[in-house]
Design a protein around this ligand. Structure first.
Ligand SMILES: [Fe+2]
Length: 222
């Protein structure tokens, strides 16, 4: 099982602040059956250039690396890139793709997306083999026009759903409906720390398997 969205690198964003917290979250993910995890620290264009972010991320990664053990999930680097107008034309943005892929995890505005916003996403998605993965799509689905998600999916945009959306009872039904409608393709825990925002991948997987059987949420092959 792959976790496509976490904030496990220490001290780089509002996620884990210490190596101890990072290790605790990785061990929780291991116990939940996760074998591969992307460390997708927040990228805000107003705070850092992509180059500065990559330097900061590397230094956080070097802090964590000595504490990783072979039984832990494999950690790959990435970024949760906050949407901004014109981002499709910024070269450095593409350097923030998930490690080993041409996939950009993008955090969208929590409002009804304008034509311009949707076009910008499609611009990135069509650029030299890059693919957009929308972060926690469940957060924005309600605000969108009926066909917006469908249109993005038909262009190959990948939708990342929150594990909590499935794991927690109040939203479970809605989550399963989005999955059935092909509006969610991969899962991310968005884990920030072991206590206040812990990973709930196992619970999410159980809910999905109970409803649809095994193998519905197969790992994305990259
Ligand atoms: Fe996040």
């Amino acid at each position: 099982m792959t976790d496509y969205h976490t904030h496990i690198l220490p001290g780089i964003d509002d996620g884990c602040q210490t190596v101890e917290e990072s290790v605790a979250v990785l061990n929780m993910l291991k116990e939940q059956g996760v074998t591969r995890v992307y460390a997708t620290s927040h990228y805000y264009s107003g705070q850092n250039s992509p180059e500065t972010f990559l330097r900061r991320r590397e230094s956080a990664w070097q802090k964590l690396k000595p504490y990783l053990t072979p039984d832990m999930p494999e950690v790959l680097l990435g970024a949760e890139i906050e949407y901004f107008d014109g981002m499709s034309r910024i070269k450095g943005v593409y350097d923030l793709a998930l490690e080993g892929t041409r996939i950009l995890l993008i955090e969208m505005p929590e409002e009804r997306w304008s034509y311009r916003t949707v076009s910008e996403i499609l611009e990135i998605n069509g650029n030299s083999g890059y693919t957009v993965m929308i972060a926690h799509v469940d957060r924005y689905a309600l605000f969108q026009k009926k066909n917006t998600l469908k249109a993005l999916v038909s262009e190959g945009v990948i939708m990342q759903g929150s594990a909590d959306f499935f794991a927690l009872p109040p939203t479970r039904k809605k989550a399963l409906k989005m999955l059935r409608k092909n509006e969610i393709h991969v899962l991310g825990t968005d884990a920030h720390d072991p206590v206040s925002r812990p990973p709930r991948m196992k619970q999410a997987a159980e809910v999905i398997e109970k409803r649809f059987g095994e193998g519905v949420l197969a790992d994305l092959i990259v």
